[in-house]
Ligand binder design. Structure first.
Ligand code: ADP
Length: 913
């Protein structure tokens, strides 16, 4: 124990006061304070240096009492008289001249009849004691703070820190207190949390940035800040003074406790620097630790979620136990159930084909530390039976006892799949190119020429040669001689313009030529100089030949249309021509190019045009074709007859868009037909000559008789006017009768009109009878004529229908007369009657002549078919009649009835418009 300690211990009242020794008492007079007191405690004398510091209350009193020098609380200690105070240590507080009281400790000892009070200054000692008490309290406080901060949950940390700051502020009466930490970048300071007393101004806010001002403080001790000395801290502390306590760890100062409107010596003189440092450390250290823990926790969380997202995770192999530990994320994705398993179990997850390889790699890693890198497939039950790809990487960390085998597994299925599909696509492309009629080639630029350096595999199947067969210059030799100029021009254009598209023929190894479509692009280097040409040959032989065939067939078709003797045209439903070939143009006396736009109807009469359009209107998509004989008035020719075939072209709604027509001039045929009809008619007339003679003879006979009789009377002079009138009237009627017959013959003998006319068939029956009736009756044929009880119109020529009826009746007559020759008693008759329905009228001519041999029925309408002797029959009657009826749109047919032949003329009825 040192002397100082002894004194200290004594002063701290740990030892009893020393025995009163007079010599010693004399010796201490030169320090402290000595007071000589009387028995009542009044001060008789003072000595010692401290006496000059005392201040006396009640200065008026002559002999001051000890109490006059003491602070009130000390007065209590010295109650009574000095004799009572003996034997105890007196701690007395004296008024001092310079403000703070003087803390003195001493004792009384008798000195003759007075008392000597000896006192020493224990101010420092007391301060130290207060400080040490304070320190203890501070330590307790610091421990509590640290404990609170360490133990609370992370979420409550800000709240708990706030509460600690508040209790500190209240304890040391700091108006504003805050803890500043380095910001996240470690660049500047930031208020982490603050507390301000209710009545204190708001100096700080949580999160407030303070800049780097605090760095200007030397950081190892608390700083009393006066703004004069620390102008940089003006922003931090407003305009007030403050106090800042640092906290530093291995990295230096990492936190400051800031106190505003506060200076420690003034407000908390008993709190030492050490205490402040300790309290600050108690706040900052656990706080920083918790924040680091929080950050670490977050990082771990991020890492976990990242691992889960990427399907990745770490692993560690423990070679001593032959076990592996896997990251939780891997355990989940691989559905393992446990994070630590044997290496064998781990390897069992791997697809058998990759397992051995991984085992070897793992062994190498364990044995010789060779880094592991392997891509393997794993079964992952959740993803179906298809294995997923993982990349495994591992390495050795540390040496000796710290040697660890760690690595990670990364799900690379996406990449593998992409690789796979890229490889597939590549293979498909290769395949496609190889099997397609396209060849990809590269030609290198060599001094202005292009030399082949690459062909895709499709070259061989296409042309039968390979790159090796293609020595410089030989390519041109394979180009068809006719196409070489195009090939040279292709190369020049490629070099000039950078791209080209050409078509030429190349010879294959069998000597056949292929039409190739060549598309090439020139690639240049950085300086713009040609490097190589990349191009594509497409075999367009088939297409080219097909095009050529189409062109040829079009040409043939064109020639066919152009040179056809038939008239070919297209026209719109309003009869406007859109196209017509040369023959049509020739007939119409126009140039072929003049035809489009011309209206076909302009060569037709209104009636013909009407009939023509009516026929077109009957065309439908189902029945698009119609053929008719049309009649036109052509320039320079009176009438032309064309056999005309129309085919309608329809749109999707079935509307007629256009008509294609093929026509043939039938005028000549028609004319000869007419001539035929005419000659047949003449023949009929000739045949009827006998009948006609009779027909005319009859009135002549009647007139002759009348005239003979009149002359007889005249000769007798017996002529009465009435008689004369009667005879002359008779003669006149007979003249008229004859005239009628002749008239009719004239009409009948005329050529038919050009255009068909509507007429009543009864007219034709009447005409026929006027020519034949007398003759028939004369020959004993019974004519059974039924009156036509209806009125209808048919279209055609009345004289032609008459001709038909005459033919039929004459044929019937011939058959009847022939029969009568064989059977004299036979009674011949011819019946003529008519009937109608809605569309047509039928005229029947029936006889009882025995009919036609059934074997001949088929043939009787043939021209020149007759059973009559040469010179009698012409065999034309029925054939011409057939043509006439057909021309009228009708039908002539025959049947054998029970007694003879029954002919039927069926004609369409013309409906009145
Ligand atoms: P043609 O009277 O000059 O022989 P057609 O063409 O008028 O020529 O008649 C052809 C043939 O048809 C006749 O030769 C005759 O054999 C037969 N034929 C026509 N009409 C009758 C009829 N009513 N009865 C019997 N045979 C007939």
């Amino acid at each position: 124990m040192s002397a100082g300690d002894k004194l200290f211990g004594r002063l701290l009242n740990r030892h009893p006061p020393p025995p009163p020794e007079s010599q010693e008492a004399q010796r201490v007079h030169s320090f402290g304070l000595q007071m000589q007191l009387d028995a009542a405690g009044r001060v008789i004398q003072m000595s010692g240096p401290l006496r000059h510091l005392l201040s006396r209350q009640n200065p008026g009193t002559q002999a001051p009492h000890l109490l006059d020098f003491l602070l009130p609380q000390s007065s209590l200690v010295v109650e009574g008289a000095p004799a009572d105070w003996q034997g105890q240590t007196l701690d007395l507080d004296f008024y001092s001249l310079n403000g703070p009281p003087l803390y003195l400790r001493g004792w009384v000892q008798p000195l003759a009849d007075t008392w000597l009070l000896q006192m020493l200054d224990i101010g420092d000692l007391l301060l130290e004691r207060r400080q040490s008490r304070n320190r203890e309290q501070c330590q307790v406080l610091a421990m509590q703070i640290a404990e609170q901060l360490r133990l609370c949950s992370l979420t409550r940390l800000p709240e708990v820190l706030g509460a600690q700051l508040q209790s500190l502020a209240q304890r040391f009466q700091v108006p504003c207190i805050a803890l500043a930490l380095l910001d996240e970048q470690g660049q500047g300071w930031q208020i982490h949390q603050h507390y301000a007393a209710l009545d204190a101004p708001q100096l700080w806010q949580n999160g407030q940035r303070l800049g780097t001002g605090l760095d200007s403080l030397s950081g190892s001790a608390p700083q009393h800040l006066t703004l004069r000395e620390h102008p940089r801290l003006q922003d931090t502390f407003g305009n007030t003074d403050g106090f800042a306590v640092p906290y530093h760890d291995a990295q230096g100062v990492v936190a400051w406790l800031l106190c505003g409107f506060f200076t420690a010596p003034h407000h908390a003189p008993d709190v030492t620097e050490r205490d402040w440092l300790q309290i600050t450390a108690a706040l900052a250290s656990p706080l920083l630790e918790r924040l680091r823990e929080h950050r670490h926790h977050l990082q771990l969380e991020h890492l976990e979620s990242l691992q889960a997202l990427l399907g990745t995770g770490w692993w560690e192999v423990f070679s001593d136990s032959n076990e592996v530990q896997l990251a939780p994320s891997l355990v989940t994705t691989l559905n393992l159930g446990t994070s630590r398993l044997s290496v064998q179990d781990w390897l069992d997850q791997v697809y058998p084909a990759d397992r051995e390889e991984l085992r070897i790699h793992l062994q190498d890693l364990m044995d010789s530390g060779m880094p592991l890198l392997s891509c393997v497939r794993l079964y992952r039950p959740d993803d179906g039976p298809e294995p997923v790809w993982y990349r495994l990487q591992g390495q050795v960390l540390g040496v000796g006892k710290n040697r660890r085998l760690v690595g990670f597994m990364l799900d690379i299925s996406d990449i593998k799949n992409q690789q796979q599909s890229a490889a597939d696509a590549h293979a498909r492309l290769d395949n496609l190119i190889a099997s397609s009629p396209a060849v990809i080639y590269v030609q290198r630029y060599v001094e202005g020429t292009l030399q082949p350096v690459f062909f895709s595999d499709s070259l061989l199947p296409l042309l039968g040669w390979t790159l090796a067969d293609c020595t410089p210059g030989t390519l041109v030799e394979r180009v068809h001689p006719d196409d070489r100029p195009q090939y040279f021009e292709r190369t020049r254009q490629l070099l000039r313009e950078g791209s080209v598209r050409a078509r030429y023929r190349l010879r294959d190894n069998r000597g056949d030529y292929h039409w190739l479509l060549d598309e090439a692009k020139l690639l240049r280097d950085d300086l713009g100089l040609p490097v190589e040409a990349v191009g594509l040959w497409l075999d367009v032989t088939d297409a080219t030949l097909a095009t050529e065939q189409v062109r040829q067939s079009e040409e043939r078709y064109r020639i066919l249309v152009e040179d056809s003797p038939a008239m070919i045209c297209r026209y719109l439903p309003d009869l406007t021509l859109t196209f017509g070939n040369r023959p049509l143009a020739t007939y119409l006396e126009l140039a072929p190019e003049q035809l489009p736009g011309v209206n076909l109807g302009s060569w037709m009469s209104a009636e013909q045009r009407g009939a023509f359009t009516q026929r077109l209107n009957r065309l439908t998509p189902e029945l698009p074709v119609s053929t008719a004989e049309i009649n036109l008035q052509l320039p320079g020719r009176e009438h032309a007859w064309w056999v005309w075939s129309d085919r309608g072209l329809f749109d999707e709604q079935g509307r007629l868009l256009e008509i294609q027509a093929v026509g043939r001039d039938n005028t000549e045929v028609r004319r000869s037909q007419q001539q035929l009809t005419q000659s047949a008619k003449m023949a009929t007339l000739g045949e009827m000559a006998t009948g006609l003679a009779h027909e005319i003879n009859q009135p002549l006979n009647v007139m002759h008789m009348a005239i003979v009789n009149v002359l007889k009377r005249l000769n007798n002079g017996d002529v009465q006017v009435d008689y004369l009138i009667d005879k002359l009237t008779r003669i006149d009627s007979q003249v008229q009768r004859a005239a009628r017959v002749v008239d009719h013959m004239r009409v009948f003998g005329r050529r038919s009109e050009i255009e068909q006319q509507p007429f009543n068939p009864a007219q034709a029956i009447e005409g026929t009878l006027s020519l034949l009736a007398e003759d028939m009756r004369g020959k004993g044929v019974d004519l059974r004529i039924s009156e036509i009880a209806f009125e209808v119109q048919v279209r055609g020529y009345v004289d032609q229908l008459e001709q038909v009826l005459i033919n039929l009746m004459v044929n019937a007559r011939d058959a009847l007369l022939e029969k009568r020759e064989k059977h004299p008693g036979f009674k011949p008759w011819i019946a003529l009657y008519a009937e109608r329905d809605k569309q047509s009228v039928r005229l029947w001519v029936e006889d009882n002549g025995g009919g036609i041999d059934p074997r001949l029925l088929e043939r009787i309408f043939e021209p020149f078919f007759t059973t009559k002797p040469v010179g009698v029959g012409t065999g034309l009657g029925l054939s011409v009649s057939y043509g006439i009826v057909e021309n009228m749109g009708g039908k002539l047919s025959v049947r054998n009835s029970t007694e003879g032949a029954r002919f039927c003329i069926e004609l369409p009825i013309v409906l009145a418009d």
